[in-house]
Design a protein around this ligand. Structure first.
Ligand code: NAD
Length: 420
């Protein structure tokens, strides 16, 4: 079985376990097992040297029962249909869990943004947006940033979409995408939102155990948008990041990395490679290093059986989607390592994306404090509901989170019934 289908199989298995827990009727399980729409587009882009290259783009629309399709765009050379199907399914569950009026989607372009110039990246984004055409829209399907895309990419997408809908509608289309720069209609707090949500989970976990975070240590895999913001916010709480890793390698520093300096370095150089602090180490050494908290914030399928046996932390908070494989889950549970599951842990991003979409629709601009307060409330509430459900059902937090999501979807299907 290929690695991609392992991820999809893992998500299906998680869904099946929760379906049994809540007695999900087979016809609803059947609907949720497949995306509603799978769109694949091929589009030509002019490269800087004058040649043309054909790119492959995807948009997977999993479910729109609770609201417009919602989910990120991933620009990565390994982008594959099965991954995106798994990620889109997770978005449906995440929005249902957070009680956000959105469905689930995911998309992307098979490309390596590191190998493209800024101008090429812009043309890829614009041609991809054009190729998607009416398959996205502010009330229909709303993309956001994910691996390899950022606020700048979202602004190009917004601008292209706005310029293709006709003059009269132009300005009402701004909310076709979230995660934009603040100047171009983004919200305060979106850039850090996913990392902030991860940290809310950590503070709730510590609060329930009467633990102070001051002096605690963390390992972070992936120092991109999610990982770097989690590190910056944790550093303010007195947690030191003693290990980091990304696609270029891994480093350990028992004294703790300077989260700000490292974030600036990565912004400038594109990775942690060559950073002059700490010691280089192997991937195995990183995962086996002793710390209090591990935040996988890179890609799916990072923690398998081998990693699960050597990981030496008390808590894993899934900043990434799908980093812990099903085969590792039982081992971690047996070893008493708590796992805060992705659909809860990284839900801060889509929650603040929802705030952005609401603000755009009302022509409002919320103060940073309002965004922070609402995110704090949303994460704390969702975390509490998941913990309570896990305790009542005697199950893992992952199964509890999935069960709560499925119950919400089930109750809406029960009332709306299946058309016609
Ligand atoms: P990003 O592109 O900003 O950063 C990705 C990081 O992963 C980089 O540091 C990169 O070097 C690292 N990485 C890539 N391949 C790797 C490999 N093979 N081994 C180790 N590290 C590797 O992406 P991001 O937005 O920070 O997303 C990270 C994860 O968080 C993804 O799983 C994404 O789906 C998830 N997520 C992101 C958001 C968001 O708001 N951006 C929201 C929810 C979930």
């Amino acid at each position: 079985m290929s690695e991609e289908s392992v991820f999809l199989a893992n998500v299906h298995e998680q869904m099946d376990r929760a379906a049994r827990l809540v007695g999900l009727p087979p016809h609803i399980a059947g609907i949720l097992a497949e995306p509603k729409n799978e769109l694949i587009v091929h589009f030509p882009v002019r490269m800087d040297d004058g040649s043309f290259r054909l790119f492959k783009g995807y948009r997977i629309q999993h479910n729109n029962l609770l609201g417009p399709y919602k989910g990120g765009l991933r620009f990565h050379p390994e982008t594959r249909l099965d991954d995106l199907k798994a990620l889109a399914m997770q978005m449906t569950l995440k929005c249902a869990l957070m009680e956000i009026p959105f469905g689930g989607a995911k998309g992307g372009v098979k490309c390596d943004p590191r190998e493209l110039s800024d101008a090429e990246l812009m043309r890829v984004t614009r041609r991809f947006t054009h190729a998607l055409g009416g398959n996205i829209g502010p009330e229909y399907d709303i993309p956001a940033p994910d691996v390899g895309t950022d606020a700048r990419t979202m602004v190009w997408l917004m601008d292209t979409y706005m310029n293709t809908v006709g003059h009269a509608q132009k300005n009402s289309q701004q909310r076709v995408v979230t995660g934009k720069t603040v100047e171009c209609g983004g919200t305060w707090g979106r850039a850090k939102a996913t990392g902030q949500g991860v940290v809310h989970c950590i503070t709730e976990w510590a609060r329930a155990r009467n633990l102070s975070l001051e002096g605690k240590t963390a390992l972070i895999q992936g120092y991109g948008k999610v990982g770097s913001h989690a590190a910056l916010i944790l550093s303010k709480l007195g947690v030191s990041v003693v290990g980091v890793g990304d696609h270029s390698g891994y480093r350990l520093n028992p004294e703790g990395f300077n989260a700000h300096r490292l974030a600036d370095y990565v912004k400038q150089h594109g990775s942690i490679e060559g950073y002059a602090s700490g010691e280089l180490c192997s991937r195995d050494d990183f995962f086996g290093h002793s710390a209090d908290i591990l935040i996988p914030a890179a890609l799916q399928n990072q923690i398998g059986e081998a990693e699960a046996r050597t990981i030496d932390v008390k808590l894993i908070v899934e900043g990434a989607n799908g980093p812990v494989m099903t085969s590792a889950e039982a081992i971690l549970q047996e070893r008493g390592i708590d796992v805060v599951p992705d659909i809860l842990a990284n839900a801060g991003g889509v929650t603040v994306s929802y705030y952005e979409w609401v603000q755009n629709g009302r022509q409002e601009r919320w103060e940073p404090e309002k965004v922070d307060y609402r995110l704090d409330r949303a994460m704390t509430r969702a975390y509490g509901r998941v913990v309570e459900r896990a305790r009542d059902a005697g199950c893992s937090m992952r199964d509890a989170a999935h069960a709560l999501s499925l119950e919400r979807l089930m109750s809406v299907y029960d009332q709306r019934l299946i058309f016609p």
